[in-house]
Design a protein around this ligand. Sequence first.
Ligand SMILES: Nc1ncnc2c1ncn2[C@@H]1O[C@H](COP(=O)(O)OP(=O)(O)OP(=O)(O)O)[C@@H](O)[C@H]1O
Ligand SMILES: [Mg+2]
Length: 244
Amino acid sequence: MNGLRLRVRNLHKSFSHVKALRGVNLTIEPGRIMALVGDNGAGKSTLVKIMAGVLPPDKGEIIIDNRVYRRLTPNQAIEEGIATVYQDLALVNCRDVASNIFLGRELTRGFFVNKSRMYRQAQDLLERLDIDVPAVKIPVGQLSGGQRQAIAIARAVNMGGRLFIFDEPTAALGYKETNQTLRLIRQLREQGYSVIVISHNLHHVFSIADDICVLRHGRVVDCLPTSRTRQEQVVKLITGMEIA
Ligand SMILES: Nc1ncnc2c1ncn2[C@@H]1O[C@H](COP(=O)(O)OP(=O)(O)OP(=O)(O)O)[C@@H](O)[C@H]1O
Ligand SMILES: [Mg+2]
């Protein structure tokens, strides 16, 4: 299995007097896409930052396969295969597609970078993920926003990613690019990886997620299988209007 099983248990996190997370429990499964939804300030980004080792929790634990962590450092998260995909971050515009996919871990032959092997492997990876770019030899700066995000995803896969976290992946993309990105996220699931997607767009959420988890005021109010859930139900959970 390519993906990893990640569980968080009783996570708490405060920023001075703001309680961002108040006892979050959640399980991420390999080969599934989980959508994290919730209103502004519900705690979504805080939660995934803790999973990526960017923030330490105040309390609780993170369990990956069977390893229990009180907190993850960014390096531990990367070693465990947790990859946060930021839109263009970490791409070098003046370098070509293949170099970006291998950034920081170039294939070498003796003292020299083995360009032809990098091109070949980059090409294979792009084919496996069904990513369409004009060529592996063109600079990333010449690609569209959607293509650049696809390269960022390919790079994360190449780095050994097993759980991919997307925080609003389509916010800056046009219609066609959004669809390409959603397709690529589904492709990650088909390859058995674990995926978390944060989105305010419920239409996108319903089109890709296997499970929808709703956060409200720092708590998970419910996790529902998408196939047995209607959009109105999710809206009610997000806003807390189901009480009325
Ligand atoms: N670095 C920080 N310092 C202080 N408060 C923070 C910090 N990060 C988040 N918060 C607060 O924690 C709460 C949760 O924020 P978070 O960013 O996790 O929400 P979110 O669900 O991602 O919201 P959005 O949908 O707007 O991105 C908010 O009240 C926010 O103001
Ligand atoms: Mg956020």
